[in-house]
Write a protein that binds this ligand. Structure first.
Ligand code: NAP
Length: 256
């Protein structure tokens, strides 16, 4: 499977790069020639991803970093350390860090709601803002920011009022960022995965998995690499006239 080399000499920041979809994005981007900054709240898993990255293409150099995307201070530190290390800001960014804390609406605590919104929605805002600010400040912006939303943000999901709200939120954030940042040649888009096999969905009971699979026209769960491939398209110049858009990666789940 010969990968394209669309990301040569790009510096890419991937949050949530220590696991699941974020890790698959790191692999795909490295295989396309990008230098990858693997950022995760777990330094250990970020380092594990780092060690597994291909780095034999022109000028490639990767790094791992610990970040809590819900903390502005933590993101400021991250962007500073990237600029110290590479003498430039990342021109590609994928917001893949995310969490779930499921409960029925009638039982959900304020803390469960706040935490999920803080990581998924506020985290995507803070990272998008910090990357865009750094790009604009460097005077030669041009970039692509991809945020991992969810099909659940469009259709809702039992037990996920907090998560669905956060994922609907990132689409509004992304459309607005796309409008404001177009004049700097920074594109902003979402991918909306359906049901992807990762540590996040490993928590879902077998009974629910079977039920969900039966709803997917393609009859199976997706793989992280199948989401990563779409992120690579959105990061690359192959999508140069696409901004403010959301691409569903669902195997047909919830086709209108
Ligand atoms: P995952 O395997 O749990 O990966 C998420 C990663 O983000 C983990 O390494 C996690 O670290 C990290 N993280 C959590 N909180 C963080 C924080 N505050 N700052 C930085 N990193 C943090 O889940 P995944 O399935 O790959 O999910 C990736 C993204 O896809 C998420 O935004 C998720 O909502 C979205 N998504 C997934 C599916 C699916 O079916 N899997 C469907 C739709 C959307 P810890 O493990 O240490 O918490």
């Amino acid at each position: 499977n010969m990968a394209a080399a669309r990301l040569i000499s790009r510096l890419a920041l991937i949050t949530g790069g220590g696991s699941g979809i974020g890790r698959a994005v790191c692999h795909r981007f490295a295989s396309e020639g990008a230098s990858v900054v693997v950022a995760d709240i777990s330094e250990e898993s970020a380092n594990e991803t780092l060690r597994s990255l291909q780095s034999d293409l022109r000028g490639q150099s990767h790094m791992a970093a610990k970040v809590d995307v819900s903390s502005k201070e933590s993101i400021t530190q991250l962007v500073t350390s990237i600029q110290t290390h590479y003498f430039q800001p990342p021109s590609v960014c994928v917001n893949a860090a995310g969490i779930t804390q499921d409960d029925f609406l009638l039982n959900m605590t304020e803390e469960q709601f706040d935490r999920v919104v803080q990581v998924n929605l506020k985290g995507s805002f803070l990272v998008t803002q910090a990357v865009a600010q750094a790009l604009v400040a460097c005077g030669a912006p041009k970039g692509s920011i991809v945020t991992v939303g969810s099909i659940v943000g469009k259709v809702g999901n039992i037990g996920q009022a907090n998560y669905a709200a956060s994922k609907a939120g990132v689409e509004g954030l992304t459309r607005t960022a796309a409008k404001e940042l177009s004049r700097f040649e920074i594109r902003c888009n979402c991918v909306l995965p359906g049901f992807i096999s990762t540590p996040m969905t490993d928590k879902v009971p077998e009974k629910v998995i079977t039920k969900m699979k039966s709803l997917v026209p393609m009859g199976r769960m997706g793989e992280p690499a199948e989401v990563a491939d779409v992120c690579a398209f959105l990061a690359s110049d192959d999508s140069r006239y696409i901004t403010g858009c959301s691409i569903e990666v669902t195997g047909g789940l919830f086709i209108g």
